[in-house]
Design a protein around this ligand. Structure first.
Ligand code: SAM
Length: 168
């Protein structure tokens, strides 16, 4: 596990990390996700995602990423159409338990350049995104409640991506 040289400039850290980045990205529909977007950026940094798409221009609390946003490419797109343009040709795997086609544990391997897509804390994923999804996955829940906080779901999904890619 690497530790970035924290005394180096963000530009130097970005350049150092560039060849190490993984071939997946993360996207989150942002309305109502003021703190979650920051937490997702922070976790995506740990997993060295290629970039983080934030769909919608609702404000979010960037500081929740604890400074890690300096090292990440955060792409804010106006709406779902702009997101589809920005990710044209890339497989989009949506996460939404209630609409899932299968469990994330049933995925043998994620396709190259996949974008892992998450919904808003309050409303979940919009139909506009789920209708064009290449897959819709559930993270099984074994305790109480119907869903996880979106940042937790994104962390589990990134961990599942990494487990398949790198092995246990
Ligand atoms: C709090 S949940 C949204 C809850 C619910 N679907 C709704 O419409 O009110 C926020 C997001 O986290 C992700 N998520 C949370 N729990 C999940 C699970 N068990 N399986 C897959 N995705 C999950 C989904 O992307 C979801 O849109």
């Amino acid at each position: 596990m690497l530790s970035p040289p924290l005394d180096a400039s963000p530009e130097d850290v970005r350049a150092l990390l560039l060849p190490l980045r993984n071939d997946f990205s993360v996207a989150v529909e942002s309305p109502g996700n003021a703190f979650a977007v920051g937490a997702i950026i922070r976790v995506a940094h740990s997993f060295l995602a290629r970039e983080i798409f934030v769909i919608g221009e609702a404000p979010f609390y960037a500081k929740a990423s604890m400074g890690m946003e300096k090292y990440e490419t955060v792409v804010t797109v106006r709406d779902v159409d702009a997101f589809l343009d920005a990710t044209q040709g890339r497989p989009r795997y949506c996460f939404e338990r209630e609409h899932a086609r299968r469990s994330v544990y049933a995925v043998e391997s994620f396709p190259k350049n996949v974008v892992l897509v998450f919904g808003s804390e309050r409303f979940g994923l919009t139909a506009g995104l789920m209708n064009v999804a290449d897959d819709i996955l559930a993270i099984p829940q074994y305790g109480v409640n119907q869903s996880f906080p979106v940042a937790i779901a994104a962390g589990i999904a990134m961990s599942e991506w990494a487990r398949r890619h790198y092995g246990a």
